[in-house]
Design a protein around this ligand. Structure first.
Ligand code: ADP
Ligand code: ZN
Length: 517
Protein backbone atom coordinates (compact mmCIF):
# COMPACT_ATOMS: atom_id res chain seq x y z
CA UNK A 1 0.00 0.00 0.00
CA UNK A 2 1.20 3.51 -0.76
CA UNK A 3 0.90 6.32 1.79
CA UNK A 4 -1.74 7.98 -0.43
CA UNK A 5 -3.86 4.84 -0.42
CA UNK A 6 -3.66 4.50 3.34
CA UNK A 7 -4.57 8.17 3.71
CA UNK A 8 -7.69 7.59 1.64
CA UNK A 9 -8.71 4.08 2.65
CA UNK A 10 -7.99 4.17 6.38
CA UNK A 11 -8.42 7.83 7.22
CA UNK A 12 -10.74 9.07 4.50
CA UNK A 13 -8.64 12.11 3.57
CA UNK A 14 -7.87 13.16 0.02
CA UNK A 15 -4.66 15.16 0.30
CA UNK A 16 -1.73 15.45 2.64
CA UNK A 17 -1.25 18.54 4.70
CA UNK A 18 1.91 20.58 4.59
CA UNK A 19 4.92 18.51 5.66
CA UNK A 20 3.09 15.20 6.10
CA UNK A 21 4.16 13.71 2.78
CA UNK A 22 7.80 14.57 3.28
CA UNK A 23 7.93 13.21 6.82
CA UNK A 24 6.16 10.01 5.83
CA UNK A 25 8.42 9.32 2.82
CA UNK A 26 11.57 9.87 4.84
CA UNK A 27 10.33 7.67 7.65
CA UNK A 28 9.39 4.90 5.24
CA UNK A 29 12.85 5.32 3.77
CA UNK A 30 14.34 4.43 7.13
CA UNK A 31 15.64 7.86 8.07
CA UNK A 32 15.54 9.47 11.50
CA UNK A 33 13.31 12.53 11.24
CA UNK A 34 12.31 15.51 13.37
CA UNK A 35 8.88 16.86 12.43
CA UNK A 36 7.93 20.28 13.75
CA UNK A 37 4.34 21.14 12.91
CA UNK A 38 1.81 23.43 14.54
CA UNK A 39 -0.94 22.03 16.77
CA UNK A 40 -3.61 20.59 14.54
CA UNK A 41 -1.10 20.23 11.71
CA UNK A 42 -1.64 16.49 11.60
CA UNK A 43 1.38 15.01 13.34
CA UNK A 44 -0.34 11.74 14.23
CA UNK A 45 -0.67 10.63 10.62
CA UNK A 46 3.08 11.09 10.21
CA UNK A 47 3.66 7.89 12.20
CA UNK A 48 0.29 6.19 11.82
CA UNK A 49 0.66 5.89 8.06
CA UNK A 50 4.24 4.54 8.14
CA UNK A 51 3.10 2.13 10.85
CA UNK A 52 0.60 0.66 8.40
CA UNK A 53 2.95 0.70 5.42
CA UNK A 54 5.98 -0.75 7.18
CA UNK A 55 6.11 -4.48 7.86
CA UNK A 56 6.90 -4.32 11.59
CA UNK A 57 5.56 -2.66 14.71
CA UNK A 58 5.61 1.05 15.55
CA UNK A 59 6.04 2.23 19.12
CA UNK A 60 4.60 5.62 19.93
CA UNK A 61 6.10 7.29 22.98
CA UNK A 62 3.60 9.66 24.50
CA UNK A 63 3.80 11.42 27.86
CA UNK A 64 0.10 11.37 28.64
CA UNK A 65 -1.92 8.29 29.42
CA UNK A 66 -5.23 10.02 28.66
CA UNK A 67 -3.93 11.03 25.25
CA UNK A 68 -2.99 7.43 24.48
CA UNK A 69 -6.42 6.09 25.21
CA UNK A 70 -8.06 8.61 22.87
CA UNK A 71 -5.61 7.89 20.09
CA UNK A 72 -6.04 4.15 20.39
CA UNK A 73 -9.84 4.50 20.39
CA UNK A 74 -9.73 6.76 17.33
CA UNK A 75 -7.49 4.31 15.46
CA UNK A 76 -9.75 1.40 16.29
CA UNK A 77 -12.67 3.36 14.90
CA UNK A 78 -10.75 3.60 11.65
CA UNK A 79 -10.26 -0.14 11.74
CA UNK A 80 -6.62 -0.01 12.78
CA UNK A 81 -5.47 -2.36 15.52
CA UNK A 82 -3.58 -0.39 18.13
CA UNK A 83 -3.00 -0.76 21.85
CA UNK A 84 -1.55 1.14 24.78
CA UNK A 85 0.83 -0.12 27.43
CA UNK A 86 1.22 2.02 30.52
CA UNK A 87 0.87 1.87 34.28
CA UNK A 88 -2.94 1.62 34.08
CA UNK A 89 -2.78 -1.58 32.00
CA UNK A 90 -2.43 -4.74 34.14
CA UNK A 91 0.51 -6.99 33.31
CA UNK A 92 -1.96 -9.76 32.44
CA UNK A 93 -3.08 -7.64 29.47
CA UNK A 94 0.40 -6.69 28.36
CA UNK A 95 1.45 -10.16 27.27
CA UNK A 96 -1.54 -10.70 24.92
CA UNK A 97 -0.90 -7.29 23.36
CA UNK A 98 2.70 -8.21 22.69
CA UNK A 99 1.65 -11.58 21.30
CA UNK A 100 -0.81 -9.95 18.91
CA UNK A 101 1.88 -7.54 17.81
CA UNK A 102 4.21 -10.48 17.27
CA UNK A 103 1.58 -12.07 15.04
CA UNK A 104 1.21 -8.85 13.08
CA UNK A 105 -2.30 -8.20 14.35
CA UNK A 106 -1.35 -5.00 16.19
CA UNK A 107 0.69 -2.44 14.30
CA UNK A 108 0.89 0.44 16.77
CA UNK A 109 1.71 0.32 20.46
CA UNK A 110 1.53 3.48 22.53
CA UNK A 111 3.88 3.51 25.50
CA UNK A 112 4.98 5.99 28.14
CA UNK A 113 8.66 6.96 28.20
CA UNK A 114 8.89 5.39 31.67
CA UNK A 115 7.76 2.05 30.26
CA UNK A 116 10.29 2.07 27.47
CA UNK A 117 12.98 2.84 30.01
CA UNK A 118 12.16 -0.38 31.88
CA UNK A 119 14.64 -3.16 31.20
CA UNK A 120 12.16 -6.03 31.38
CA UNK A 121 9.85 -4.35 28.91
CA UNK A 122 12.71 -3.88 26.48
CA UNK A 123 13.60 -7.52 26.92
CA UNK A 124 10.05 -8.40 25.87
CA UNK A 125 10.24 -6.01 22.92
CA UNK A 126 13.24 -7.87 21.61
CA UNK A 127 10.88 -10.52 20.31
CA UNK A 128 9.07 -7.94 18.19
CA UNK A 129 10.07 -6.47 14.83
CA UNK A 130 9.93 -2.85 16.04
CA UNK A 131 10.89 -0.76 13.04
CA UNK A 132 9.88 2.72 14.14
CA UNK A 133 9.80 4.61 17.43
CA UNK A 134 7.75 7.79 17.19
CA UNK A 135 8.42 10.22 20.02
CA UNK A 136 5.52 12.60 20.54
CA UNK A 137 5.96 15.92 22.38
CA UNK A 138 9.66 15.57 21.65
CA UNK A 139 10.44 19.01 23.09
CA UNK A 140 10.12 17.34 26.52
CA UNK A 141 13.63 16.00 25.92
CA UNK A 142 15.15 19.47 26.05
CA UNK A 143 15.89 21.47 29.14
CA UNK A 144 15.68 24.56 26.95
CA UNK A 145 12.05 23.85 26.18
CA UNK A 146 9.19 24.68 28.48
CA UNK A 147 8.16 21.19 29.52
CA UNK A 148 11.27 19.18 30.32
CA UNK A 149 10.65 15.57 31.42
CA UNK A 150 13.59 13.61 32.77
CA UNK A 151 12.26 10.26 31.46
CA UNK A 152 12.74 11.58 27.92
CA UNK A 153 16.48 11.91 28.52
CA UNK A 154 16.99 8.16 28.68
CA UNK A 155 14.97 7.33 25.59
CA UNK A 156 17.83 7.30 23.12
CA UNK A 157 19.86 4.86 25.21
CA UNK A 158 16.77 2.67 25.61
CA UNK A 159 15.99 2.67 21.89
CA UNK A 160 19.61 1.89 21.05
CA UNK A 161 19.28 -1.33 23.02
CA UNK A 162 16.40 -2.63 20.93
CA UNK A 163 17.62 -5.53 18.84
CA UNK A 164 15.57 -4.56 15.76
CA UNK A 165 17.38 -1.20 15.54
CA UNK A 166 14.31 0.93 14.74
CA UNK A 167 14.54 4.40 13.33
CA UNK A 168 13.24 7.42 15.18
CA UNK A 169 10.62 10.01 14.36
CA UNK A 170 10.49 12.91 16.82
CA UNK A 171 7.43 15.16 16.73
CA UNK A 172 6.64 18.48 18.37
CA UNK A 173 4.48 21.56 17.87
CA UNK A 174 6.56 23.94 19.91
CA UNK A 175 10.29 24.04 19.40
CA UNK A 176 12.45 27.09 18.98
CA UNK A 177 15.57 26.59 16.83
CA UNK A 178 17.62 25.96 20.01
CA UNK A 179 15.21 23.25 21.14
CA UNK A 180 15.16 21.71 17.65
CA UNK A 181 18.94 21.53 17.67
CA UNK A 182 18.90 19.95 21.11
CA UNK A 183 16.36 17.32 20.05
CA UNK A 184 18.45 16.56 16.97
CA UNK A 185 21.61 16.17 19.01
CA UNK A 186 20.10 13.94 21.64
CA UNK A 187 18.28 11.65 19.24
CA UNK A 188 20.93 11.60 16.52
CA UNK A 189 18.74 13.24 13.89
CA UNK A 190 20.64 15.19 11.25
CA UNK A 191 19.58 18.74 10.53
CA UNK A 192 18.89 17.77 6.93
CA UNK A 193 16.15 15.54 8.29
CA UNK A 194 14.32 18.29 10.16
CA UNK A 195 10.96 18.89 8.52
CA UNK A 196 9.67 22.20 9.86
CA UNK A 197 6.39 23.41 8.45
CA UNK A 198 5.09 26.92 8.82
CA UNK A 199 4.16 27.86 12.33
CA UNK A 200 1.54 30.31 11.13
CA UNK A 201 -2.12 29.62 11.85
CA UNK A 202 -3.81 31.87 9.30
CA UNK A 203 -7.36 31.10 10.46
CA UNK A 204 -6.68 32.29 14.01
CA UNK A 205 -7.03 35.97 14.89
CA UNK A 206 -4.65 36.70 17.71
CA UNK A 207 -5.66 39.43 20.11
CA UNK A 208 -4.17 41.08 23.13
CA UNK A 209 -6.67 42.74 25.41
CA UNK A 210 -5.85 45.23 28.16
CA UNK A 211 -9.30 45.39 29.74
CA UNK A 212 -10.41 48.78 30.95
CA UNK A 213 -12.31 47.34 33.90
CA UNK A 214 -12.07 43.74 35.02
CA UNK A 215 -10.97 40.64 33.14
CA UNK A 216 -13.96 38.67 34.26
CA UNK A 217 -16.36 41.36 33.10
CA UNK A 218 -14.64 41.25 29.73
CA UNK A 219 -14.95 37.45 29.61
CA UNK A 220 -18.59 37.53 30.64
CA UNK A 221 -19.44 39.99 27.89
CA UNK A 222 -17.43 38.00 25.37
CA UNK A 223 -19.23 34.76 26.27
CA UNK A 224 -22.62 36.45 26.08
CA UNK A 225 -21.80 37.28 22.46
CA UNK A 226 -20.44 33.80 21.68
CA UNK A 227 -22.99 31.60 23.43
CA UNK A 228 -23.21 28.90 20.80
CA UNK A 229 -19.50 28.51 20.16
CA UNK A 230 -17.08 26.13 21.80
CA UNK A 231 -14.28 27.80 23.71
CA UNK A 232 -11.63 27.34 26.37
CA UNK A 233 -10.65 29.87 29.02
CA UNK A 234 -7.30 29.28 30.68
CA UNK A 235 -6.65 30.54 34.20
CA UNK A 236 -3.35 30.02 36.01
CA UNK A 237 -4.60 28.60 39.33
CA UNK A 238 -7.24 26.08 40.40
CA UNK A 239 -8.76 28.63 42.73
CA UNK A 240 -8.93 31.12 39.88
CA UNK A 241 -10.70 28.51 37.75
CA UNK A 242 -13.31 27.84 40.45
CA UNK A 243 -13.91 31.53 41.07
CA UNK A 244 -14.30 32.46 37.43
CA UNK A 245 -16.56 29.48 36.79
CA UNK A 246 -18.82 30.42 39.70
CA UNK A 247 -18.99 33.99 38.46
CA UNK A 248 -19.91 32.99 34.91
CA UNK A 249 -22.48 30.44 36.08
CA UNK A 250 -24.09 33.16 38.20
CA UNK A 251 -24.57 35.00 34.94
CA UNK A 252 -26.31 32.05 33.30
CA UNK A 253 -23.48 31.17 30.95
CA UNK A 254 -22.84 27.59 29.86
CA UNK A 255 -19.45 26.84 31.42
CA UNK A 256 -17.77 24.05 33.37
CA UNK A 257 -14.56 23.96 35.36
CA UNK A 258 -11.64 21.60 34.79
CA UNK A 259 -8.45 21.26 36.78
CA UNK A 260 -6.21 18.60 38.23
CA UNK A 261 -7.67 19.05 41.72
CA UNK A 262 -10.99 17.55 40.62
CA UNK A 263 -11.65 13.83 40.89
CA UNK A 264 -11.01 11.78 37.74
CA UNK A 265 -14.69 10.96 37.18
CA UNK A 266 -15.75 14.62 37.14
CA UNK A 267 -12.88 15.48 34.89
CA UNK A 268 -13.81 12.78 32.42
CA UNK A 269 -17.41 13.95 32.50
CA UNK A 270 -16.48 17.58 31.82
CA UNK A 271 -14.21 16.51 28.99
CA UNK A 272 -17.04 14.45 27.45
CA UNK A 273 -19.59 17.22 27.88
CA UNK A 274 -17.27 19.54 26.00
CA UNK A 275 -16.42 17.04 23.31
CA UNK A 276 -20.10 16.42 22.61
CA UNK A 277 -21.19 20.06 22.85
CA UNK A 278 -23.24 19.67 26.03
CA UNK A 279 -21.29 22.53 27.55
CA UNK A 280 -19.86 25.19 25.31
CA UNK A 281 -17.05 26.71 27.36
CA UNK A 282 -14.50 25.15 29.69
CA UNK A 283 -12.70 27.22 32.30
CA UNK A 284 -9.49 25.36 33.02
CA UNK A 285 -5.91 25.30 34.15
CA UNK A 286 -3.28 24.14 31.68
CA UNK A 287 -4.17 20.58 32.72
CA UNK A 288 -6.97 20.77 30.17
CA UNK A 289 -6.36 20.32 26.49
CA UNK A 290 -3.74 17.73 25.71
CA UNK A 291 -5.55 14.80 24.29
CA UNK A 292 -8.66 16.72 23.41
CA UNK A 293 -9.26 16.42 19.72
CA UNK A 294 -12.08 18.87 19.29
CA UNK A 295 -11.74 20.52 15.94
CA UNK A 296 -14.42 23.23 16.25
CA UNK A 297 -13.05 25.23 19.19
CA UNK A 298 -13.80 28.80 18.14
CA UNK A 299 -11.95 30.72 20.83
CA UNK A 300 -9.25 30.29 23.44
CA UNK A 301 -8.95 33.01 26.05
CA UNK A 302 -6.03 33.31 28.44
CA UNK A 303 -7.53 35.12 31.42
CA UNK A 304 -4.30 35.42 33.37
CA UNK A 305 -1.70 35.88 30.64
CA UNK A 306 0.83 33.08 30.05
CA UNK A 307 4.17 31.87 31.32
CA UNK A 308 5.91 31.53 27.99
CA UNK A 309 5.17 31.79 24.28
CA UNK A 310 5.62 28.04 23.76
CA UNK A 311 2.79 27.00 26.04
CA UNK A 312 0.72 30.00 25.01
CA UNK A 313 0.88 29.03 21.37
CA UNK A 314 0.22 25.39 22.14
CA UNK A 315 -2.89 26.24 24.15
CA UNK A 316 -4.11 29.03 21.87
CA UNK A 317 -3.54 26.69 18.94
CA UNK A 318 -6.35 24.45 20.18
CA UNK A 319 -8.64 26.95 18.50
CA UNK A 320 -9.61 26.36 14.90
CA UNK A 321 -8.14 22.96 14.15
CA UNK A 322 -10.86 22.66 11.49
CA UNK A 323 -9.36 25.60 9.64
CA UNK A 324 -12.35 27.91 10.24
CA UNK A 325 -11.95 31.45 11.58
CA UNK A 326 -11.21 31.43 15.32
CA UNK A 327 -9.89 33.75 18.00
CA UNK A 328 -7.01 33.49 20.46
CA UNK A 329 -7.23 36.19 23.10
CA UNK A 330 -4.57 37.01 25.65
CA UNK A 331 -5.84 39.14 28.49
CA UNK A 332 -2.78 40.94 29.69
CA UNK A 333 -2.16 42.42 33.04
CA UNK A 334 1.40 42.98 34.30
CA UNK A 335 0.37 41.70 37.77
CA UNK A 336 -0.16 38.24 36.31
CA UNK A 337 3.43 38.20 35.10
CA UNK A 338 4.57 39.16 38.57
CA UNK A 339 2.96 35.98 39.83
CA UNK A 340 4.76 33.87 37.19
CA UNK A 341 7.99 35.66 38.07
CA UNK A 342 7.44 34.70 41.67
CA UNK A 343 7.09 31.03 40.63
CA UNK A 344 10.47 31.28 38.95
CA UNK A 345 12.02 33.12 41.92
CA UNK A 346 10.91 30.26 44.16
CA UNK A 347 12.26 27.50 41.95
CA UNK A 348 15.42 25.73 42.94
CA UNK A 349 16.65 25.32 39.37
CA UNK A 350 20.15 26.28 38.29
CA UNK A 351 20.77 29.97 37.57
CA UNK A 352 21.07 29.68 33.82
CA UNK A 353 17.82 27.71 33.69
CA UNK A 354 16.10 30.38 35.74
CA UNK A 355 17.50 33.09 33.49
CA UNK A 356 15.95 31.32 30.56
CA UNK A 357 12.56 31.25 32.29
CA UNK A 358 12.79 34.99 32.93
CA UNK A 359 13.60 35.55 29.28
CA UNK A 360 10.64 33.44 28.25
CA UNK A 361 8.39 35.46 30.53
CA UNK A 362 9.76 38.69 29.10
CA UNK A 363 8.86 37.42 25.63
CA UNK A 364 5.23 37.22 26.80
CA UNK A 365 5.36 40.81 28.05
CA UNK A 366 6.83 41.80 24.69
CA UNK A 367 4.08 39.94 22.87
CA UNK A 368 1.49 41.85 24.88
CA UNK A 369 3.15 45.18 24.16
CA UNK A 370 4.45 44.92 20.62
CA UNK A 371 2.83 47.17 18.01
CA UNK A 372 3.65 44.62 15.28
CA UNK A 373 1.58 41.76 13.89
CA UNK A 374 0.98 39.23 16.68
CA UNK A 375 1.06 36.20 14.41
CA UNK A 376 4.33 37.44 12.96
CA UNK A 377 5.73 37.96 16.45
CA UNK A 378 5.00 34.34 17.39
CA UNK A 379 6.29 32.88 14.14
CA UNK A 380 9.50 34.88 14.49
CA UNK A 381 9.85 33.69 18.06
CA UNK A 382 10.04 30.17 16.66
CA UNK A 383 12.73 31.22 14.22
CA UNK A 384 10.61 31.56 11.08
CA UNK A 385 9.01 34.46 9.29
CA UNK A 386 5.63 35.29 7.76
CA UNK A 387 3.90 38.38 6.39
CA UNK A 388 1.58 40.40 8.67
CA UNK A 389 -1.65 38.44 9.07
CA UNK A 390 -4.00 41.37 8.50
CA UNK A 391 -6.51 40.31 11.14
CA UNK A 392 -4.84 40.29 14.57
CA UNK A 393 -5.54 43.06 17.06
CA UNK A 394 -2.43 44.93 15.99
CA UNK A 395 -2.97 44.59 12.24
CA UNK A 396 -6.47 46.01 12.76
CA UNK A 397 -5.54 48.65 15.33
CA UNK A 398 -6.97 51.96 14.18
CA UNK A 399 -6.08 54.15 17.12
CA UNK A 400 -4.08 57.23 16.23
CA UNK A 401 -0.32 57.13 16.30
CA UNK A 402 1.13 59.53 18.84
CA UNK A 403 4.63 60.86 19.29
CA UNK A 404 5.81 59.67 22.71
CA UNK A 405 9.48 60.55 22.28
CA UNK A 406 9.54 62.88 25.29
CA UNK A 407 8.08 60.28 27.66
CA UNK A 408 10.29 57.55 26.23
CA UNK A 409 13.37 59.69 26.80
CA UNK A 410 12.49 60.10 30.49
CA UNK A 411 12.33 56.34 30.87
CA UNK A 412 15.62 55.82 29.04
CA UNK A 413 17.30 58.49 31.15
CA UNK A 414 16.10 56.86 34.33
CA UNK A 415 17.40 53.47 33.24
CA UNK A 416 20.71 55.09 32.39
CA UNK A 417 20.86 56.83 35.78
CA UNK A 418 20.17 53.52 37.50
CA UNK A 419 23.11 52.04 35.56
CA UNK A 420 20.99 49.17 34.28
CA UNK A 421 21.04 47.52 37.68
CA UNK A 422 17.31 47.31 38.45
CA UNK A 423 14.16 45.67 37.18
CA UNK A 424 10.94 47.09 35.84
CA UNK A 425 9.31 47.62 39.24
CA UNK A 426 12.06 49.89 40.56
CA UNK A 427 12.28 51.85 37.31
CA UNK A 428 8.50 52.45 37.29
CA UNK A 429 8.47 53.49 40.95
CA UNK A 430 11.38 55.87 40.50
CA UNK A 431 9.81 57.43 37.42
CA UNK A 432 6.51 58.03 39.19
CA UNK A 433 8.28 59.32 42.31
CA UNK A 434 7.21 56.62 44.77
CA UNK A 435 8.12 57.31 48.38
CA UNK A 436 8.49 53.71 49.57
CA UNK A 437 11.26 51.95 51.46
CA UNK A 438 12.87 50.51 48.36
CA UNK A 439 13.23 54.00 46.89
CA UNK A 440 14.87 55.21 50.09
CA UNK A 441 17.25 52.24 50.17
CA UNK A 442 18.60 53.03 46.75
CA UNK A 443 18.52 56.77 47.29
CA UNK A 444 16.24 57.24 44.28
CA UNK A 445 15.12 60.74 45.25
CA UNK A 446 18.62 62.01 44.50
CA UNK A 447 18.36 60.97 40.85
CA UNK A 448 17.79 63.75 38.34
CA UNK A 449 14.88 61.87 36.69
CA UNK A 450 13.19 60.88 39.96
CA UNK A 451 9.46 61.52 39.54
CA UNK A 452 9.92 62.78 35.98
CA UNK A 453 6.78 60.90 34.93
CA UNK A 454 4.81 61.43 38.12
CA UNK A 455 1.73 62.36 36.10
CA UNK A 456 1.46 58.66 35.16
CA UNK A 457 0.06 55.87 37.30
CA UNK A 458 2.58 53.19 38.19
CA UNK A 459 0.75 50.80 35.89
CA UNK A 460 0.89 53.23 33.04
CA UNK A 461 4.63 53.69 33.59
CA UNK A 462 5.09 49.91 33.67
CA UNK A 463 3.15 49.61 30.43
CA UNK A 464 5.41 52.25 28.85
CA UNK A 465 8.49 50.29 29.95
CA UNK A 466 6.93 47.13 28.46
CA UNK A 467 6.40 49.00 25.22
CA UNK A 468 10.02 50.18 25.10
CA UNK A 469 11.19 46.63 25.80
CA UNK A 470 8.91 45.23 23.10
CA UNK A 471 10.16 47.77 20.58
CA UNK A 472 13.76 47.01 21.58
CA UNK A 473 14.72 50.45 22.89
CA UNK A 474 15.27 48.76 26.23
CA UNK A 475 16.48 45.23 26.86
CA UNK A 476 16.63 42.89 29.82
CA UNK A 477 19.78 41.25 31.04
CA UNK A 478 19.80 37.96 32.92
CA UNK A 479 21.87 37.44 36.05
CA UNK A 480 19.44 35.87 38.53
CA UNK A 481 17.04 38.76 38.44
CA UNK A 482 16.05 40.44 35.18
CA UNK A 483 17.37 43.99 35.08
CA UNK A 484 16.63 46.60 32.43
CA UNK A 485 19.25 48.29 30.29
CA UNK A 486 19.23 50.77 27.44
CA UNK A 487 19.46 48.91 24.12
CA UNK A 488 21.34 50.17 21.09
CA UNK A 489 18.27 51.75 19.48
CA UNK A 490 17.56 53.43 22.83
CA UNK A 491 20.82 55.36 22.68
CA UNK A 492 19.73 56.80 19.33
CA UNK A 493 16.57 58.11 21.01
CA UNK A 494 18.60 59.63 23.83
CA UNK A 495 20.85 61.34 21.28
CA UNK A 496 17.78 62.77 19.56
CA UNK A 497 18.35 60.73 16.39
CA UNK A 498 15.21 58.67 16.65
CA UNK A 499 11.55 59.32 17.39
CA UNK A 500 9.24 57.00 19.31
CA UNK A 501 5.59 56.57 18.39
CA UNK A 502 2.80 54.54 19.86
CA UNK A 503 -0.82 53.90 19.06
CA UNK A 504 -3.03 54.88 21.93
CA UNK A 505 -6.38 56.24 22.96
CA UNK A 506 -6.60 59.87 23.94
CA UNK A 507 -7.72 58.86 27.45
CA UNK A 508 -4.45 58.08 29.21
CA UNK A 509 -5.10 55.59 31.96
CA UNK A 510 -6.24 52.11 30.99
CA UNK A 511 -5.92 50.79 34.49
CA UNK A 512 -7.73 47.60 35.29
CA UNK A 513 -8.28 45.42 38.28
CA UNK A 514 -7.75 41.71 38.17
CA UNK A 515 -10.22 38.87 38.45
CA UNK A 516 -11.79 40.29 41.59
CA UNK A 517 -14.14 43.04 40.60
P1 ADP B 1 -1.53 17.44 15.88
O1 ADP B 1 -1.18 16.18 16.65
O2 ADP B 1 -0.45 17.87 14.95
O3 ADP B 1 -2.00 18.56 16.77
P2 ADP B 1 -3.55 15.78 14.78
O4 ADP B 1 -2.68 14.69 14.30
O5 ADP B 1 -4.34 15.53 16.02
O6 ADP B 1 -2.74 17.12 14.95
O7 ADP B 1 -4.52 16.20 13.60
C1 ADP B 1 -5.44 17.25 13.77
C2 ADP B 1 -6.70 16.99 12.99
O8 ADP B 1 -6.45 17.07 11.58
C3 ADP B 1 -7.26 15.59 13.23
O9 ADP B 1 -8.64 15.69 13.38
C4 ADP B 1 -6.86 14.83 11.99
O10 ADP B 1 -7.75 13.79 11.72
C5 ADP B 1 -6.89 15.90 10.92
N1 ADP B 1 -5.99 15.63 9.78
C6 ADP B 1 -4.71 15.23 9.84
N2 ADP B 1 -4.17 15.10 8.62
C7 ADP B 1 -5.15 15.42 7.73
C8 ADP B 1 -5.22 15.48 6.28
N3 ADP B 1 -4.18 15.18 5.52
N4 ADP B 1 -6.40 15.86 5.75
C9 ADP B 1 -7.46 16.18 6.53
N5 ADP B 1 -7.45 16.13 7.87
C10 ADP B 1 -6.31 15.77 8.48
ZN1 ZN C 1 -1.46 40.52 12.36
Amino acid sequence: MTPEQVLKDNFGFKTFRSGQKEVISRVINGENVLAVMPTGGGKSLCYQIPALVKPGVTLVVSPLISLMKDQVDALRQNGIAAAAINSTIPQAEVNPILRQAYEGRIKLIYVTPERLNMEYFRYQLNFLPVDLVAIDEAHCISQWGHDFRPAYRQLKAAIDQLRSRPNILALTATATPAVQADIGEQLAIEKANFVVTSFARPNISFQVVHPTNSSRRYIREYLAKHQDEAGIIYVNTRKGVDQLTAYLLEHQLSVAAYHAGMDPASRARVQDDFQFDRVSTIVATSAFGMGIDKSNVRFVIHATSAQNIESYYQEAGRAGRDGLPSEAILIYHPNDLRQYRWFIDQSTAADDYRDLQYQKLQAVANYASTPECLQQYIVRYFGQDCPPCGHCSNCTDERTVQDITAEAKQVLKMVQELHGRFGKGVVAQALTGSQNKRMQEIGASRLASFGSLKQLSKQRAASLIDYLLATKLLETAGAQYPVIQVAQAGWAVLRGDKKVTRRQEAAPDRSHTQLEE
